[in-house]
Design a protein around this ligand. Structure first.
Ligand code: ATP
Length: 859
């Protein structure tokens, strides 16, 4: 359909709509008929596909081969058991992966776009997916266009259509029909296409196509996002691959040595294969996803919505948080506390130019029940002026001076202009930041300049008003041609109190080695006053203004940036320079942003943080994380959570790798010490699957270390095995193997009773002792308390009961070839199983007492 050639009436007829939109009933019907307004994403993996995927894992294949070999040589029990284990393994893998996918899908849904649409004649905010053809939607700067829209109203509406047309220059939109039919998309100037960005102005139009019928829908298959792995997962996968080779090498060696010693070849092969399966940490990348996805879910409950999973892991490395002021550090609840009026009057107007300007120049929507909706600065001004002049005068003024045009606000100019009919003439009103107004005046009012500076120094946001009357409506509505030769009307100073939790959050940042920085469009004096109040700015910190920033070279900025606490009157473009300067110095930067032009700096930051309440769609799309409450304190909470998750992943790796090294060392060293192969394949698989798996998973829910926010940020490129983990894996592995082999030696030589059952049980239970000890890297278990991680306690008790069942129940004897231990044997087994636990607790003590922790100071 050539929507661009139709007139407004024709559009309404063609879409069965009206200027005030559709009714809810019609919209619902259409939604059923047309389907939701979404692009078909890459097919979600079905549960069957996820399940089938589990069997494709290399290790499952090896195990299946082992089962077949067992079957062929007549050991049917073993082959059935191995098959059962493969199935169990697949089932666990399946549940984990499916949960992770579901969690991610839920997060995506929460981050979905919304749009303001007229339903039953009233503007309402709805998920963009619910739009249908015929809906009348509002568009404003910062929106992502939610569907293909034929525009019927445009106030300097400009769209960035590069996603669709490749044209990077914003296109100025019109509302009149365009006559020629076969125009390229870029020339259909009265259409706004789904997925493009509103970079400036406001507008309104009728939805003409939704979902896959839209222009972008037609090329949607080109835009499918690939699943990407997080940096940590990539490193882990690479690591696991390298380790596989080593493990396979060791197993081959073991097999060869077994043959030389005259072991039965098939048995030896099964031992080698089981060991390879057990020791290769193939599940680690998947487990990391689970830990991250669980973390993301927990964060969303704390009002931080993660858009990209890697953000969860990188949050822990943040060393600088650059935050907007308004709304993030302050409440964004403004009210006017001081005004300063010029004396001028406009003939035949009942109120002063100052109050008149304030009453007319705003985009606040006043609902039927008297609520004010809109930008909080403007709401404060409208509330103030209506309070002053009363509703009657207000309505009279608004109808006497109807708006005939506007030059919308933008944060580079820091002002906005509205034009109104005034009898035969036109009244032009500009309001904006004090300096922006002062530069646009015909005559400078010297005294007022000082007044505004004083208000700023007291932490007030100061807005100035100016006006002029012209004979004709200007033909060209640009800032350059209209906003000049104005007459000063007055200043209004308003307070925006800091958020009550901001001060504590700032303090927490400093203790955690993170430097909080304020970046604001507000005046330096206002910004500095608030920054001082909440603790961002101290006597040594610097305040830099956008003008100064312009004059500093990138190199000089990089040198200086570490000491700057406040950047004021900064334009969004300059925010990128700040991010780059900090990153050049190796800092890891989280940066907040809410405006249309903030997207590039959000992308440039290591963690781009957008606002859920007051942010624009564009900034949200560019972010890694969205604050659902717009609150600075939430970023700090998220950093804490990120640190916790990363540290739990490290614990997890430490646990699994130590278990594996113990298993390998036990089996590898036994023949060298003249002992028989200590474990059967089934024992190895059991330890790998149950003993390692369950408690290991419970590590993901371990609480944060006590001092997690008293540590400096982790270095982003830090290896997963840094900080002594590698050493731990080796020495605890050796200890565990030593204890196990000691039991074997003793049992064979002294008693020769149930040595294999004892060996199997000691190794199994030692793992449980180990996991208890590594719940914290520093705190002793008795201080943490057994109950502080209930899933862990439950999984340990459960695993212990299973192990005892294997030892004492006849079914266990048949399957695992175990024998019941007598009381002495059991006591020895339990006693020795506790050795590793105590040794690792001792390691904490040694580390804290003998190896001094690195000294560290607040920033
Ligand atoms: P922050 O960057 O801390 O979030 P902000 O978002 O309010 O602050 P901008 O929106 O860039 O910063 O505003 C910059 C300046 O523009 C403000 O300090 C104010 O003086 C002026 N200003 C803000 N809103 C309006 C408006 N609706 N009309 C005119 N001027 C405005």
């Amino acid at each position: 359909m050539n929507w661009h050639t139709l007139s407004a009436d024709q559009i309404f007829t063609a879409t069965g709509s009206a200027p005030d939109g559709l009714t809810s009933a019609v919209a619902e019907e259409r939604l059923l008929e047309k389907g939701p307004n979404v692009l078909h994403e890459k097919q979600q993996k079905s549960w069957l596909a996820v399940l089938a995927g589990q069997f494709k894992e290399f290790m499952s294949l090896v195990l299946i081969a082992a089962a077949v070999i067992s079957g062929v040589i007549g050991d049917v029990t073993d082959s059935v058991i191995i098959i059962v284990i493969v199935l169990l393994n697949a089932l666990i893998g399946f549940i984990q992966e499916f949960r992770a996918e579901k969690a991610m899908a839920a997060l995506k849904k929460m981050a979905a776009l919304h749009a303001v649409v007229f339903r039953d004649g009233l503007p309402v905010r709805k998920p963009a997916a619910e739009l249908v053809p015929g809906d009348v939607v509002l568009l404003e700067a910062g929106n992502i266009v939610p569907a293909d829209v034929r525009l019927l109203e445009s106030h300097s509406l400009r769209l960035d259509e590069s996603a669709l047309t490749g044209e990077s220059l914003a296109s100025e939109k019109i509302t009149e029909p365009v006559s020629s039919e076969n125009l390229p998309l870029a020339d259909r100037l009265n259409l706004a296409f789904k997925g493009t960005l509103v970079s400036y102005g406001r507008g309104q139009g009728v939805v003409v196509a939704t979902g896959m019928d839209t222009e972008i829908g037609k090329i949607a298959s080109l835009l499918q996002e690939e699943d990407t792995l997080t940096p940590l997962q990539l490193r882990m996968a690479d690591y696991a691959r390298k380790l596989s080779f080593i493990v396979i090498g060791i197993c081959a060696l073991l097999f060869g040595m077994g043959l030389l010693r005259g072991e039965e070849p098939v048995n030896m092969l099964l031992v080698a294969i089981s060991l390879a399966v057990a020791a290769i940490p193939e599940a680690l990348p998947a487990l990391i996803t689970i830990a991250l996805a669980m973390g993301a879910r927990r964060l969303s409950r704390q009002n931080a919505l993660i858009r990209h999973l890697p953000a969860v892991e990188t949050l822990g490395s943040v060393s600088f948080i650059c935050s907007d002021k308004t709304g993030t550090l302050t409440l964004n609840k403004m009210h006017v506390t001081e005004v300063e009026e010029a004396d001028a009057r406009i003939p035949e107007v009942e109120i002063s130019p100052f109050l008149l300007a304030m009453a007319l120049n705003h985009d606040v929507r006043i609902t039927d029940d008297g609520k004010f909706e809109g930008d909080s600065t403007e709401v404060a001004l409208a509330e103030f002026v209506i309070g002053k002049i009363g509703w009657d005068t207000y309505h009279r003024i608004v109808s006497r001076f109807p708006r005939t045009g506007e030059i919308p606000f933008d944060s580079d100019r820091k002002c906005m202009t509205s034009l109104h009919r005034f009898g035969e003439k036109y009244l032009i009103i500009t309001k904006g930041a004090a300096e922006s107004i002062l530069t646009r005046l015909k005559e400078k009012p010297g005294f007022f300049h000082q007044r505004s500076e004083l208000m700023g120094a007291n932490g007030l946001r100061v807005l100035g008003f100016a006006w002029k009357v012209v004979g004709n409506m200007p033909e060209l509505l640009t800032a350059e041609s209209v906003e000049n030769q104005l007459v000063f009307a007055g200043f209004a100073g308003m307070v925006d109190p800091p958020r009550p939790e901001a001060k504590a959050a700032i303090d927490a940042c400093r203790t955690a080695g993170i430097k909080p920085v304020m970046i604001t469009g507000d005046h330096p004096a206002t910004a500095a006053a608030i920054a001082r109040e909440i603790g961002i700015l101290d006597d040594t910190g610097l305040v830099i203004s956008g003008t100064e920033l312009q004059q500093i070279s990138p190199g000089a900025l990089a040198e200086k940036a570490a000491n700057v606490c406040v950047y004021a009157r900064v334009s969004p473009e300059q925010k990128i320079r700040i991010v780059k300067a900090l990153r050049d110095k190796g800092q890891f930067v989280a940066m907040t942003g809410d405006g249309v032009n903030d997207a590039p700096s959000l992308r440039a930051a290591d963690i781009g943080v957008a606002m859920g309440i007051n942010g624009t769609d564009v900034s949200r799309e560019a972010s890694d994380m969205i604050l659902l409450d717009d609150n600075f304190a939430t970023i700090v909470k998220a950093v804490k959570e990120g640190r916790r998750i990363y540290s739990n992943i490290r614990k997890f790796v430490r646990y699994i790798m130590t278990c594996n090294s113990a298993e390998i060392l036990t089996i590898f060293l036994a023949p060298l010490l003249g002992l028989p192969i200590p474990l059967l394949p089934i024992h190895i698989l059991w330890i790998n699957l149950v003993t390692d798996g369950l408690p290991g998973l419970a590590l993901a829910v371990e609480g944060a270390e006590e001092d997690v926010m008293r540590q400096p940020p982790r270095h982003a490129g830090e290896g997963l095995l840094s900080g002594g983990i590698g050493l731990h894996i080796v020495w605890v592995g050796l200890l565990m193997a030593g204890v196990t082999l000691g039991v074997q030696f003793w049992a064979i030589h002294v008693q020769d009773a149930h040595w294999q059952t004892m060996v199997f049980t000691v190794l199994s239970l030692s793992q449980l002792g180990h996991v208890m000890a590594i719940r914290s890297e520093k705190t002793f278990l008795y201080r943490q308390g057994l109950f502080s991680n209930k899933p862990m306690l439950a999984s340990i008790v459960f695993t212990f009961i299973l192990q005892m069942a294997i030892v004492y129940l006849p079914a266990g004897h048949d399957i695992f070839h175990t024998q019941p231990l007598n009381l002495t044997e059991l006591a020895i087994t339990l006693g020795l199983s506790a050795v590793v636990f105590h040794a690792v607790e001792l390691e904490k003590w040694v580390k804290s007492r003998i190896l001094q922790p690195p000294s560290y100071s607040r920033v």
